[in-house]
Design a protein around this ligand. Structure first.
Ligand code: ADQ
Length: 478
C-alpha cells in the first residue's frame, strides 16, 4: 500500500536481483549510475516505451542504498543488502545452493540454514518494495531463481496485482529438486504467481512434477490447481528468452566493428581457423571439456598453431564462491599447459582473456571467429549462441552448440555436441571446420531466421500476453 512517503506507483513493476544500472565513481570522486547493457534491460525498454515502469533490485554492493530515483525513464528502487546478506542470500543460497541444484549438481550443493534465513528475509524485503510501488491491479514481473519466494510474498501484501515470474536458468528434475531441504516452501513461493515462465517445455514440466510430488495440488498439463480453498490456478509454460536481433546486427554491420574484426584476425597472425569461446567463468559452461577436446586435437596433430588458434574469453564471475575459484585455477593451468606444450613463439594455441568487454568488441570477436564453441554441460538458454549467429549477417562461420542448452532446442540444425563425449566433441569441431561453405551458409541462414523471428522484444511481449491470459481465481484453465 502507498506509504506515508507517498511514493509514485506504476502499472508495470520489474523485480530482479540486480538493478539495471552499475554504480561508477567518476574522476572527480562523484558517484554516477550507468545503464548496464544486459538483454533484460533491452527487453524491458521495448515494454516500457509504451508505459512507464519501476524496477526493484539490488545495486550490487553492501553500501547504503540511495532513495528511489529515475533514470532513462525507469523508476529505480534500490534494495539494500548487508555484507552478511550478500554472503548468505546471494553468494550462499542463490549461487552455492540453488545454482548447483538447478544445474544438474555439476558441483555439489551446500545447504546452510542461515543462508536460507537470509534468502527468506531478502525475498520479503523485495516483495515489500514491490508492494509499495505497484499501482492498483498492476502487473509485476519477477525475475529468476534468487527471488522464488517473492511471488507469494507479494500476493500476501497485494492480492490485487497480477504476478509473473521468469526462470532464466533450467528447472531441475524432481529427483534433484528433492534434495533441497526447503523444496515445499520454494514451490509455495512460486505458486503465488499467476504465470510462471521457463526457458524450455521440459523446465515447465519439471516444475509441475515437483508441485505434484511435494504439495497437495492437482495438475493438468501446465496448470497447477491449489487445494487451499482459494480456487487459484497457476499456469506454467515455456517462453524462451532471446536477444535484441536488430540492435546487435546493426552494431555488427558498422564499419568500426568490421574494421576491428579484421584487426583482431591480423593481430592473431591471420590464422586459417579462428575458434572462439565466450563465457562467464562458470562450471556450467563446459570450458574444461572444450579445452580438453581442443588439447587432444592439437596433440593428435589434427589441428595446430599458427594455422589454428583458439580465443577463450572468460568473464570474471562469483569469485568469492569456492567452486568458481577452483574452476579459474583449473582453466588457467590447462591453458598454460596447452600453450607450453603446443604453442610456438608468436603463435600460442590459446589466447585466454579474463575480462569483460564492451558490446562492440564482442561483436567484432563474433565477426572474426570461424568456429564458435558453445559447450555448456547445462545452460538455461545461452545468449552467446544467439549473439554469434546474429552477428554473422555474412552467413559465414559455424556454431558448435551443446544439446544441454536451451538455445539448442531452437537452433538444433547447427553442429550439435554432447560435451561429455570428448571424442564426439572433437569430431564435431572438425566437422564444423571441414563442412563445405555452401552447406554452412545454409545452416547459418536458418539459424539466423529463427533468432530474428524470435527476438527479445517478442519474448517480453509473449511473456506479458501469457501473464494477461493466465487463469484467474476459479476460472477454467483447460
Ligand atoms: P549467463 O549464464 O550469464 O545468463 P548467457 O546467456 O550466455 O549466460 O549470457 C551471457 C551474456 O554476457 C551474453 O550477452 C554475453 O555476450 C555477455 N558476455 C559474456 N562474456 C562477456 C565478456 N567478457 N564481456 C562482455 N560481455 C560478455 C543466464 C543463464 C543463461 C540465460 C541468460 C538469459 O545462465 O542460460 O541464457 O541468463 O536468460
Amino acid at each position: 500500500m502507498p506509504s506515508s512517503r507517498q511514493r509514485k506507483t506504476f502499472d508495470l513493476v520489474i523485480a530482479a536481483n540486480r538493478l539495471p544500472v552499475d554504480k561508477v565513481t567518476t574522476e572527480t570522486g562523484q558517484t554516477e549510475w550507468r545503464r548496464s547493457p544486459g538483454g533484460l534491460v533491452t527487453a524491458m525498454e521495448s515494454v516500457m516505451q509504451s508505459q512507464p515502469g519501476a524496477w526493484v533490485g539490488w545495486p550490487g554492493d553492501d553500501e547504503e542504498a540511495p532513495e528511489p530515483f529515475e533514470q532513462d525513464g525507469v523508476y529505480l528502487v534500490p534494495i539494500q543488502l548487508t555484507s552478511e546478506e550478500v554472503r548468505h542470500y546471494y553468494e550462499g543460497f542463490s549461487n552455492d545452493t540453488l545454482w548447483p541444484i538447478f544445474h544438474d549438481v555439476i558441483v555439489p550443493a551446500s545447504f546452510h540454514r542461515e543462508w536460507w534465513s537470509a534468502y527468506q528475509r531478502v525475498n520479503q524485503r523485495f516483495a515489500e518494495a514491490v508492494a509499495e510501488v505497484a499501482a492498483p491491479g498492476a502487473r509485476v514481473w519477477v525475475q529468476d531463481y534468487q527471488l522464488q519466494l517473492v511471488p507469494a510474498a507479494i500476493r500476501r501484501l497485494r492480492p490485487d496485482v497480477r504476478v509473473g515470474w521468469f526462470n532464466h536458468i533450467p528447472f531441475p528434475p524432481v529427483e534433484l529438486f528433492a534434495q533441497l531441504p526447503w523444496r515445499s516452501q520454494l514451490l509455495e513461493g512460486l505458486l503465488g504467481a499467476d504465470f510462471l515462465g521457463f526457458q524450455r517445455v521440459a523446465d515447465a514440466q519439471n516444475f509441475v512434477r515437483s508441485c505434484r510430488r511435494f504439495l497437495p495440488v492437482d495438475t493438468k498439463g501446465g496448470t497447477v490447481s491449489l487445494k487451499d480453498g482459494s480456487g487459484r490456478r497457476v499456469r506454467a509454460g515455456a517462453v524462451p528468452i532471446s536477444i535484441d536481433f536488430k540492435g546487435l546486427e546493426a552494431l555488427a554491420r558498422t564499419p568500426a566493428v568490421e574494421a576491428r574484426a579484421k584487426e583482431i584476425r591480423a593481430s592473431l597472425g591471420d590464422p586459417e581457423i579462428l575458434m572462439l569461446g565466450v563465457d562467464r567463468l562458470d562450471y556450467t559452461k563446459g570450458i574444461r571439456h572444450r579445452l580438453k577436446a581442443y588439447e587432444e586435437l592439437l596433440a593428435d596433430g589434427r589441428l595446430g598453431p599458427p594455422e589454428t588458434t583458439l580465443v577463450q574469453v572468460a568473464t570474471p564471475s562469483r569469485e568469492r564462491v569456492d567452486a568458481y575459484r577452483q574452476l579459474r585455477e583449473d582453466v588457467e593451468q590447462t591453458v598454460g599447459r596447452i600453450n607450453g606444450e603446443q604453442g610456438q613463439i608468436g603463435a600460442p594455441a590459446v589466447h585466454y582473456l579474463h575480462h569483460s568487454y564492451p558490446r562492440e568488441e564482442m561483436a567484432a570477436l563474433f565477426r572474426a571467429a570461424d568456429v564458435m564453441l558453445v559447450t555448456p554441460l547445462r545452460d538455461g538458454m545461452n545468449l552467446v549462441a544467439k549473439e554469434y549467429v546474429t552477428c554473422r549477417y555474412d552467413l559465414g562461420g559455424a556454431l558448435v552448440l551443446s544439446e544441454f542448452t536451451g538455445a539448442w532446442h531452437e537452433l538444433h540444425q547447427t553442429f550439435s555436441c554432447n560435451p561429455h563425449d570428448i571424442e564426439g566433441l572433437k569430431q564435431t569441431i572438425l566437422r564444423a571446420i571441414n563442412t563445405p561453405e555452401a552447406q554452412k551458409r545454409r545452416i547459418m541462414r536458418s539459424l539466423r531466421r529463427r533468432v530474428s523471428d524470435h527476438d527479445v522484444q517478442r519474448w517480453a511481449a509473449r511473456f506479458l500476453d501469457a501473464l494477461e491470459v493466465a487463469p484467474a481465481r476459479g476460472e477454467d484453465a483447460s
